[in-house]
Every structure is written in structure tokens, then in C-alpha cells.
Design a protein around this ligand. Sequence first.
Ligand code: SF4
Ligand code: SF4
Length: 587
Amino acid sequence: MPRIAVIDREKCINGEGCPFLCSSICPVNRTGKECITLGEDNKPTISEELCIACGICQKKCPASCIAIINLASEKHAVPLHQFGENTFRLYGLPSPKKNAVIGLLGKNGIGKTTVLNILSGNIVPNLGQFNEKPAYSKVIQFFKGKEEQAFFTALSAGELKLSYKPQNVDAIVEKFKGKVEKLLQKVDEKDKLQELTKQLEIDSILQHSISKVSGGELQRIAIAACLLKDADIYFLDEPSSYLDVRQRLRIAKLIRELASSNKQVVIVEHDLAVLDYLSDYIYVLYGEPAVYGIVGNPKSTLNGINEFLDGFLRDENVRFREKELHFSVRAAAKKSKRAAALQYPALKKTLGEFHLETEPGELRKGEVVGVLGPNAIGKTTMVKMFASELKPDNTALDFSLKIAYKPQYIKPKKDMLVKELFSTNIDTSLFELEIERRLKVKPLFEHKLSELSGGELQKVSIAYNLAIESDLVLLVEPSAFIDVEDRLRVADAIKSIVDVKEKIAMVVDHDILFQDYVSDSLIVFSGEPAEKGFASKPLPKEDGMNAFLREMGITFRRDPSTGRPRANKPDSQKDKEQKKQGKYYYQ
Ligand code: SF4
Ligand code: SF4
């Protein structure tokens, strides 16, 4: 069976706390053979031919940076692409289809962006021959007789026009200077700049400098730049990041319209409601993050998402996760009997031209309060008042509670190691029992906070804020940068800690499924972004969801087999029926 040995070289601490331990404990090395040797970069290299997959180095490595895997099938003997020796490799590829949106679903680090880079021509697959110059002729030969042969023939001949929205939109600021309009004019091959920027609500910032726009605006500029090109295939990597629910659904509608005009679309998205809403087919990617990724067979959107949640791919007969992920409808009755722990008055706050008012409300111990609303409507302002970072204009807020607060933008201390963050003020047994088994942050303990990826830093910050002693936990956008699986694990950790320790949590997030899963009650914001915001008191979840979705003009039903909420297609029979009954959301 094919064997994979992968070393995360960035995390290896050889010479900085580790005396090349893997080499001295490897039983093959001990027989005098050179299974683990020192590479030119002073990090280990593992020979996959000599390795007997005993797993000792993987277990003993102090930086948890070695992975040894035996693949289950001979059909994975040749990867489609491998970045180098002892690095990540990808097996298989999805096939774009005309008039269809293909959705890619899988954990972070499983190869989704690599797939987009291959399909969009940014990477020529090397078929595992990473020491040789890759060539499309070999790839075409590799796929002979298959659908991919025609695709790569056309791609290599320059016969496909491609448009790509990258995952990291912040990079646009480094590449382009000048006004938004100028950037978009350069790519406006359809003469639709005015129409599209209006639909994306960025028409009012066309004269702004790219360097001055917000993350949400930058995301919509990047989407506009992608959609304005007259391409055959469009690739969009995580288009919903930084966007609020209304903006997410708007871009989902635009992408659907694009696909129905004889175009092909491939999308990577972690917001399951958005992915469900806009995809025609789903490819599930599974494997081991940062080690290897396998692209599964194409599936209908319903089956693809359900099988991903089940952790079992039926056609392939592959179980890739021990436990299924499921959306249970929470028993709210028990919780509503709990005494209110905190009553707060109506709050008012004016910041420049923006004015916020909130209804008075009460928060109950053991309860997670979700916060939903558009961007720039005052959600963070309210949370900051609860965290004592801002003072209300009309009253004083002094809860005399211990508060844990994870802001939207996490600023890591430069040289602090993750383990140092967790060394004081932590409820150790709570951390071990309820947090670590779900979020798995211990393998990151030897690393610097400033060197973590966005998703790693997010999980570390959530874990820390859940583990410190507190009565009120305030979390702003905990789902950002993390994948579907981790979102549900984070939600589980929040629910369980709040329940076990009788804390109160307030969670601001734009992912509807995440909010559905984690919240007991909801504060719903309305108003005019950047002008005035109004926050309701905490409403029972069904009432809050109904109010919010009515405002958005979208209805959700519940999938009978997984319990997850699914957005109804606009004007479908279900959509019309539910709107008529005023049931925008099903508990
Ligand atoms: Fe050596 Fe392979 Fe065992 Fe690691 S898994 S100790 S490389 S034989
Ligand atoms: Fe690097 Fe781990 Fe080997 Fe030490 S044991 S040299 S940290 S790979």
C-alpha cells in the first residue's frame, strides 16, 4: 500500500529544543540504514521506501510535526500533485460542468485551494515527480480516456478563459494601488461595472482608495473583479469570508445566475447554508489535513453535504471520520427555567455618525445568546459595552462579572508561545475534558502565537477564552477562518462549557447554521448600516430566527435526515408556502 511520510518543516524545532530525536529513535536508523536523515535545511527527511510505518517518530516528536500514513488503496499510488519531499499530496480532481456550480467541501489543509490552483492553471500537476519540470503532456496522458483529458488539453492550449477569486483578499491591497473603480475598470470585460457594483453594494466606494476599504468591502471588490471577466470557468475561494448573511445570500444569487448563463463555476466555501444554496454538485475532500487529500466522487448537493456530515461516503464506501456531525434541536425548556443571571438596561451609544440603541434584556446562566445582524449595525459596539471597552452614553454598566472576550481581530503577542498563554488562569480540568478533546490545540503549544495560521489562531483564542475563569464569555465571529468540522466542534465546546459551568455566552456570528447549532436565544439587529442600529432583547431562538430571516426575505426548512437547516430556493413551492404561513424558520 502507498505510504506517506510528511514533515511540517516550519514546525520542526530541530536544534531549538529537539536534539534530532526522530533520527535517534527510528528503528530502521538503528539497524544502520538511512531512513531519517538530515536535509540541507537542517530538518529531517524521511525515506518513504525504507520507513516501516512503526509510528514511533510521529508519537515522540515534541513538535507533533511528523505524520506517517498508510493509504488504504493501491489506486492512490500516484498522486496528482505533490509539493516536494515529505510534503502534502493531492489525489484526484473534480470536473467542472457547464451551467453548474461545483462546490468543494472539506477540512482546512485538505487540498481545496490546490484543486482550484490546478484547475485554473496556476499549478501544473507534477504527478508526484516533484524533482522534474511538470508538463501538461504527461497530465493529458495520465488522464487518457477520462473526462479530465479534454479539460487539460483545452487548458494547456489556452482555449479556456478563466477567472479566479483567491482566498486571501488582503493580498489585493499589496498588489494594487489606487481607486476601486480603476481596478475594476481594468477587468470589466462585460461592461457591467455599474450594475454589478450596485448589486454588491460597493457602488458608493468606487472612488475610495483600495488601501482604505474594510475586509467586507475588499471581499466584494474581489468578487466583482472575478465576475466582471468574461470567462468560461469561474473559481471562487471562500467568497463569504467577512460578509454578513445578507451579503452572503446576495453573492450566492449572483453566482447562481452566472452558472445558468452557460458558464462553469467551482467554489470553496465553509458556510454550509451558502454552499447548499448555490451548489449543483458537491465533491467531498477527505484525508489528513496538511498530509494528503483525496477528492471523492461527485454527488448531489443534498447527498454530498449529508455524507460529509455523516463522515461516510457511500459510493466510495469510505469512512473518513469516526463520528457523525449532527444538528440536534436543543432542549430549550430546561434552560428557560434557569434564573436570569444578568439584567441590563436599554443602552445608547453614538460613535461619530453612527447611533446604536438596544432594548433592555436579561441573560440566563447556562445559556448561549447568538447575535445576528448586518455588518456595521452595532453588534461589536454592543459587545464592547458588555466587555467594558466602551461606555454607554446613557447609563453605567457594571456587571461585577468576570468577563472573557475574544474580539473579531485577534492580535497575538509576538514572541509568546501558545503554551505560555495557557499557563495561568486556566481551569485545567475543564480545558482537558471539554475543550482539548474537541479543539486539539495542544499540538500547537510549542509554537509562537504570531506564527499560527488564521484558523489555528482562531481556535487557540476560542479555547483560551473558554478555559479561563469567567462568568460571561463574549465571542465575536468565532467561525471566521475555520472549516465546517471545526465550526461544529467549536459550537459543541461553547455549548458544553456554558452548560457545565453555568456561564453565559454571547456569540456574534454570520454563519446561520453555526448560530442555529450553538444558540439558545438570539439578539437580532436591524436598522441602517453605518447610520443607526437597533438591538432586540434576547428572543427565543425560533422567534429570533423568524424575525431575522423575514428581514432577509429567505426561508429555511430542516433536512429530515441530519436536522440541519436548508435554505429554500427563492420562489420554490416550499419558499412560497413558508412565507405565506410566516414560518421563515423551522425549529
Ligand atoms: Fe522510522 Fe518510519 Fe518508524 Fe518513523 S515511522 S520511526 S520514519 S520507521
Ligand atoms: Fe523535528 Fe520532530 Fe524530528 Fe525533533 S523529532 S527533529 S522536532 S521532526
